[in-house]
Ligand binder design. Structure first.
Ligand code: ADP
Length: 237
């Protein structure tokens, strides 16, 4: 594996919350390698450490010990300011709940990000990439749940991030709507060449990944290379 191709690397990564009898160990000496441009699905039961891992890889949280690197950046020893810069310039996040600002239109919600990004695309371009070119003037309340989530995807990718991190992006959606959101994620990942990680507990979604990482007990318990990656639209929900 050439050094330039590595996006994320973790070795012996530990995250614990609390101390003494109240200590909860969320990540237990986790090892991980993710290549640039990979589409990863992170599967595992609730409480297995998926969100904790994603938050550390995205610079939203810091680890207790061990190694986690994004390219040549040390995410464990980085200062708050360095993590903020890393998130702002390189990471797009999509969460289960869309977190749009209700008083702003779709375009204005995306613009919040493009205004502070270094090399943004136009908000309308980002909305067009998720199939919402004709909804730029709509407010969140005028959009369905799936459309709101696609605005959130547009907002995440409008800065042209290197990394797209999605935590249960279809968790609040029904199957057909979920497929439309996953199709948007798939399309922007391919068009922008992002390294993409999608957390889900729905194993059907794993069919769209290059590689599936199964988490259990705060570690990657197993990984599967998916030789027959299928488009989101062809997944059998
Ligand atoms: P998953 O995303 O797989 O459901 P999480 O990463 O959210 O798992 O949680 C892993 C473990 O860490 C769980 O036992 C959870 O209760 C615990 N945990 C997560 N965040 C916190 C926190 N802020 N404080 C205390 N414990 C936490």
């Amino acid at each position: 594996m050439s050094a330039e191709a590595v996006e994320f690397r973790a070795r012996g990564l530990v995250k614990s919350y609390g101390a003494g009898d109240a200590e909860v160990v969320a990540l237990r000496s986790l090892d991980l390698d993710i290549q640039r441009g990979e589409f990863i699905v992170l599967l595992g039961p609730s409480g297995s450490g998926k969100s904790t891992l994603l938050n550390i890889l995205g610079g939203l949280d810091s680890a207790t010990s061990g190694e986690a690197r994004w390219r040549d950046h040390d995410l464990v020893r980085a200062s708050e300011a360095e993590l903020t810069r890393y998130r702002r310039e390189h990471v797009g996040f999509v969460f289960q709940f869309y977190n749009l600002i209700p008083s702003l239109t779709a375009r204005e919600n995306v613009q919040l990000v493009t205004d502070i990004a270094e090399r943004p695309m136009l908000p309308d371009e980002a909305l067009a990439m998720v199939g919402l070119g004709d909804r730029a003037h709509h407010f969140p309340a005028q959009l369905s749940g799936g459309e709101q989530q696609r605005v959130a995807v547009a907002r995440a990718i409008a800065k042209q991030p290197n990394v797209l991190l999605c935590d249960e992006p279809t968790g609040a959606l029904d199957a057909p709507t979920g497929v439309a959101v996953l199709t948007a994620i798939e399309r922007v990942s391919a068009d922008l060449g992002t390294t993409t990680i999608v957390i889900t507990h729905n194993s059907v979604i794993a069919g769209m990944a290059d590689r599936i990482l199964h988490m259990a007990g705060g570690r990657i318990a197993r990984e599967e290379h998916n030789a027959r990656r299928r488009p989101a639209a062809e997944l059998a929900w």
